[in-house]
Design a protein around this ligand. Structure first.
Ligand code: BES
Ligand code: ZN
Ligand code: ZN
Length: 495
């Protein structure tokens, strides 16, 4: 969809549909003007309580030639004192999807002009970002797309004196949304197509476009340097594992992001039941978020050094597949006793994190992984679990998450928990001994063995990375969760 800025006023703009936000039971000056043009249609709807501006209400009105816009869509913004940037995103998502459903090709919006303690740039970014995110559709494998409705263009109506801020907001909204939709595409692409090698090709394209250095290790290279854990996870599959490292920028501050990229998780020999396996093409969402983050940063050019590492493999069943009790040596030399082959994410992260720590010495490491079902039980689908060894880093991540509304919730990481990874036969085991242990924390205790010196944060994104039912601006399926959070974190980074 094309996005443009227009300095026209709402009453003069020629468009198929004009989206207008109204606070609950409030008639702003613009609303009064509009009501007059529409010969009292708005006040009459309000009088009948057909439309009151209640949060998420949407009412489509035909202007019957009374103004240059053919239709007006009134969107309820709810109570003014409860309004927020996130509500603005949601309202924009509702408006964009209504346009699509109505078969509108081009629409204009004034939603960004709603009163809110935020800059014009932030408000425009929110509207643009959410509209592009809401209209995302993973339709590329449907052969007949002739009946699909598609919005071609949106125009953002702003005051002339705000047009520069608005331009910046449009630019940023497009970058954030494009990178997120790109990550969604990767997550939604099934495992027979988005193999580790296909993922590596995508990463190569991103690196080339963004002028970033990229290093890709195949199975042999990984074996040679001692990344035994990833190699072990890949043994059950006929597809070659890939370890990808991308580099951006320079400077003393270096943020490293590490993503779990299991292109399909059957559980391995500890096979998953069918209903848990159905959506397991999404087990590469962490790696997809890291790649999306790199893609966005290559365009935004933040002044920090970035490392994006992605560990790609399938977790399959086969005659060479790892089995419970097997022992393997990870990149940092620690031996791992594999007690459950379905706890494979932490195995690939073990090698990837220790590789990044040793070879790049970043200031911080953040890993993103669809790591545990336990995290979904704890937090559901509205937040990721956060475990962090550094309070300052935890605060930065939490703040970035509040801004983009990809919220995180921190778990305790007291030393009393740290025994769960102890093994009788090797240095560590990949699952705790207790049947009903603290799943999220145990996963992190294991991974911590491989983030030895660097301030480290672990984001368990198992819940929000994949949705069975869509939301205002997040369609069902892969959500691209974490891209916007990470980009915000990087942009706000102050040494
Ligand atoms: N990929 C799964 C976690 C997951 C579950 C992600 C549901 C998204 C939705 C992970 O590899 C896994 O299977 N974890 C096990 C760990 C257990 C064996 C300690 C789990 O959560 O059951
Ligand atoms: Zn698993
Ligand atoms: Zn997994």
């Amino acid at each position: 969809m094309k996005v443009e800025i227009s300095k026209e006023t709402f009453d003069k703009t020629k468009t198929e549909l004009l989206a207008v936000g109204l606070f609950e039971k409030e008639m702003s000056d613009d609303a009064k003007k509009l009501d007059k043009i529409l010969k009292g249609a708005l006040s009459s709807m309000m009088g009948k309580e057909q439309f009151t501006g209640e949060w998420k209400q949407a009412e489509l009105v035909n202007t019957l030639g009374n103004m240059s816009a053919e239709k007006v869509l009134f969107v309820g913004l709810g109570k003014k004192n409860e309004f927020s940037l996130e509500k603005l995103r949601k309202a924009a998502g509702i408006a964009a999807k209504t346009c699509r459903d109505e078969g509108i090709k081009k629409f204009a919006t004034t939603l960004q002009n709603a009163e809110l303690k935020a800059s014009a740039q932030e408000k425009v970014q929110a509207v643009v970002e959410a509209s592009l995110l809401a209209l995302y559709d993973f339709g590329r494998y449907k052969t007949d797309r002739s009946k699909e409705k598609k919005v071609d263009a949106m125009s953002i109506l702003v005051d002339a004196k705000q047009s520069q801020d608005a331009e910046r907001g449009v630019g940023r909204g497009i970058i954030y949304a494009d990178a997120t939709n790109f990550a969604r595409d990767i997550v939604n692409t099934p495992s027979n197509i988005m193999t580790p090698q296909a993922f590596a090709e995508e990463a190569q394209k991103v690196a080339k476009e963004g002028g970033m250095k990229i290093t890709i290790f195949g199975k042999k290279e990984m074996q040679k340097i001692g990344m035994g854990a990833i190699v072990m996870v890949s043994e059950g599959s006929d597809k070659e594992p890939q370890f990808i490292v991308m580099e951006y920028g320079s400077g003393r501050e270096c943020i490293a992001a590490v993503g779990k990229g299991i292109t399909f998780d059957t559980g391995g020999i500890d096979v998953k039941p069918w209903d848990s396996m159905e959506s397991m093409k999404s087990d590469k969402a962490g790696a997809a978020a890291v790649l999306g983050m790199m893609k966005a940063c290559a365009r935004l050019k933040p002044k920090v050094r970035l490392i994006g590492a992605m560990a790609l493999t399938e977790n399959m069943i086969g005659e060479r597949a790892m089995k419970p009790g097997d022992i393997v040596k990870a990149y940092n030399g620690k031996t791992i006793e594999i007690m459950n082959t379905d706890a494979e994410g932490r195995l690939v992260l073990a090698d990837a994190i220790s590789y990044v720590e040793k070879n790049y010495r970043p200031s911080v490491i953040v890993d993103l992984a669809t790591l545990t079902g336990a995290c979904i039980i704890a937090l559901g689908f509205h937040a990721s679990g956060l475990i962090c060894t550094d309070d300052k880093l935890a605060k930065r991540i939490t703040d970035a998450g509040e801004k983009t509304f990809e919220r995180v919730w921190q778990f305790p990481f007291w030393e009393e928990y740290h025994d769960v990874a102890k093994s009788d036969n090797a240095d560590v085991r990949n699952v705790g001994k207790e049947k009903y242990g603290p799943g999220v924390i145990s996963g992190a205790v294991f991974i911590k063995q491989f983030a030895e010196k660097t301030p480290w944060a672990h984001l368990d994104i198992a819940g929000p990375a994949w949705l069975n039912s869509g939301r205002e601006y997040i369609p069902a399926g892969g959500t691209g969760w974490g891209v916007r959070l990470m980009v915000q974190l990087i942009e706000d980074w102050q040494p």
